[in-house]
Design a protein around this ligand. Structure first.
Ligand code: SF4
Length: 306
């Protein structure tokens, strides 16, 4: 089976000259879409308990989590990246972000830092701070989800597509690697809407993309909508179409860092097909082969210089 899209492991090999591994750490970050600064309910698809491990609030700092998380990787010679995944890690004053960066840079053998955040939690000061961080490689994982502002309002996202474009452009301009998160199957959206979001992303100086199928998870606003009969999850065949066609339209230089969502144990209410992540991945790869589709094979836009 030939390689039909740019993988993260390839990108890491060319960045570090070896395999790399991201170590998920909980920095105890908050979210302006949950604490009332933007909204109280959070994004419609987000679990009210959040996506964090809660380790920070249990008293485990980044160093303790790092030491525990890197045990199995020690001795394998991999490049190790600190991954602040949960909530919005650049939210709050720049001094908090500076403290996080300093803590991450002091982790033993750390080769880079990846931070998940929202576009509205990045300003020029924070971007400059991250660009000047004493870490070899700094990545931002920014949620876009949809390029359709009506969808973003429907899912209570708290920002529009233009806010994503501004943040991604500013961060990329400062030399940061930006990875966008996109979702297929959001309320009111079809495969065509997802493909329009891919087209929008193609116009921006991002480096990576993560595709997610929308999950109905316990405790989310979407779960309430689903239970009330107001939301029908995307079908598995439609998700396969969305990913395969999305890859075909995707700019050829982008790194595809994820092809489907990964529900946490016990949280998935629907669709049932999303529980078998490996079978879905296998079927996506089989479809790429049987339909002879490669990333960017149907990309019609100009090359973006980054
Ligand atoms: S998905 Fe992210 S931005 Fe949205 S409510 Fe959850 S933590 Fe906040």
């Amino acid at each position: 089976m030939s390689q039909r899209y740019n993988t993260l492991s390839q990108a890491f090999r060319s960045l570090f000259g070896r395999r790399a591994k991201k170590i998920s750490l909980d920095a105890g970050s908050a979210c302006p879409n949950r604490d009332g600064t933007r909204a109280l309910g959070g994004c419609l698809f987000c679990n009210a308990a959040g996506s964090g491990t809660g380790l920070h609030h249990k008293g485990f700092g980044l160093r303790a989590q790092w030491d525990a998380g890197t045990v199995s990787a020690r001795g394998r010679g991999e490049a190790l990246l600190a991954y602040l995944q949960s909530f919005s890690n650049t939210y709050g004053p720049a001094s908090r972000l500076q403290a996080l960066v300093d803590e991450a840079a002091a982790l033993p053998d750390v080769a880079g830092l990846s931070l998940g955040t929202r576009p509205d939690c990045l300003d020029a000061e924070k971007i400059a701070l991250l660009a000047g961080a004493p870490l070899g490689h700094v990545r931002l994982e920014l949620g876009l989800q949809s390029a359709n502002d009506a969808t973003l309002a429907r899912i209570n996202r708290g920002h529009d597509a233009a806010a994503f474009a501004r943040a991604a452009t500013a961060a990329a301009g400062a030399g940061l690697w930006v990875t966008a998160h996109l979702m297929a199957g959001l309320p009111g959206e079809s495969v065509a809407d997802f493909l329009a979001t891919v087209d929008f992303l193609n116009t921006l100086p991002v480096r990576g993309v993560k595709f997610h199928n929308t999950l109905v998870v316990a405790g989310s606003g979407l779960a309430a909508l689903y239970t009330a009969g107001g939301y029908e999850p995307m079908s598995r065949p439609d998700y396969l179409d969305a990913v395969v066609q999305g890859l075909a339209r995707l700019r050829p230089d982008l790194v595809v860092e994820r092809l489907n969502a990964d529900p946490a144990p016990g949280e998935l209410l629907a669709p049932a097909w999303a529980a078998d992540k490996q079978a879905l991945l296998r079927d996506i790869r089989d479809r790429l082969e049987t339909d002879d589709i490669r990333q960017g094979g149907r990309y019609a836009g100009p090359a973006v210089r980054i």
